[in-house]
Design a protein around this ligand. Structure first.
Ligand code: CMP
Length: 147
């Protein structure tokens, strides 16, 4: 079993589609083991997106990500990092196909709806920025054989 970090970005609450997006992950069989509504401050935003600090789009990205509350989530499943990346589609919306979350809900890369960790190492780093250990729940899964 593997854990990955997912964040529904600002604006998802405005559009009233939090449930729809989380449903995509649940329907696939991923297990929600941590979930919170949180307003990022600048320090946490910079820490989360540290790898993009030297990119031209960083200022806009950092400004946007603190502009409203986000939904932070830890999902668990077999190969969860790769599975979630497949479900959300490529970062650039021009490349994200219908059927993926970004392909179905996003028209602009800056507003690409959702962030998900791109590797196991990123997942461990990112989930620790948002959650304490005691906020991640190891619940017994009665439906595990389906997934
Ligand atoms: P995310 O997966 O959250 O990781 C970094 C974010 O930067 C990315 O999604 C986009 O929302 C945003 N971004 C804006 N412009 C670009 C770009 N040209 N290339 C990649 N990411 C970009």
């Amino acid at each position: 079993m593997e854990k990955t970090f997912v964040m529904l970005k600002p604006g998802v609450l405005h559009r009233r589609i939090v449930g729809e997006i989380l449903t995509r992950f649940e329907r696939k069989g991923l297990k929600i083991v941590a979930l919170k509504l949180i307003q990022l401050d600048e320090a946490r935003a910079r820490s989360h997106y540290a790898e993009h600090a030297d990119k031209a789009f960083f200022y806009d990205l950092a400004t946007y990500i603190v502009s409203g509350p986000v939904i932070a989530c830890v999902l668990e499943g077999t190969d969860a990092v790769a599975m979630v990346r497949r479900l959300i589609g490529p970062t650039k919306v021009q490349e994200s196909l219908p059927g993926t979350i970004r392909g179905d809900y996003a028209y602009a890369t800056q507003l690409n709806i959702v962030h998900a960790s791109d590797s196991k190492a990123s997942a461990q780093r990112e989930l620790a920025i948002f959650f304490n250990k005691d906020e991640i729940y190891e619940w017994e899964d009665g439906n595990a054989e389906w997934f």
